[in-house]
Design a protein around this ligand. Structure first.
Ligand SMILES: [Zn+2]
Length: 146
């Protein structure tokens, strides 16, 4: 059956298969958890199926792989040497889909945050990003939980 699919259709299907529970995503989840933030995963009912959703905060986080989602200026966002036109078109669709998801989410009142794979390596910085995004500075000072 699969073999009967056109190349474009197959590549479209593959692009829909999002990696779940990747290391970068697990790192973000672990920090969010340590900050006492309650979240849901892979909210299919929301535009773009955000990776981590914080319903109480109306915040949706995408943890993006630098290669597939084309992190601008990132050395991981390389261009494959062969079939460059194919890849370029594919990447453009990914980026456009991401852009649309964020636009749709924000139009319905969600705050969005994109965390790139390469930004999950330095954990203290990642933690600070979340603290700042959620405005937890004040709460932190009076909290003895960490
Ligand atoms: Zn990157």
């Amino acid at each position: 059956m699969i073999d009967r699919l056109s190349v474009e259709r197959r590549s479209w299907l593959m692009s829909r298969v999002k990696a779940r529970d990747t290391t970068p995503e697990l790192r973000v989840r672990r920090i969010a958890h340590s900050l006492g933030l309650r979240f849901r995963l892979h909210a299919r009912n929301l535009p773009g199926t955000p990776d981590i959703v914080f319903p109480r905060w109306h915040v949706a986080i995408f943890v993006h792989g630098c290669f597939w989602h084309r992190h601008e200026g990132c050395k991981k966002a390389t261009m494959p040497k062969s079939r460059e036109a194919f890849w370029r078109a594919k990447f453009e669709r990914n980026v456009e889909r991401d852009r649309r998801a964020i636009r749709d989410l924000e139009a319905s009142g969600w705050r969005t945050l994109v965390i790139w794979q390469c930004q999950t390596v330095d954990l203290p910085t990642l933690r600070r990003t979340l603290v700042e995004f959620f405005g937890l500075e004040t709460a932190n000072r009076s909290s003895a939980s960490y």
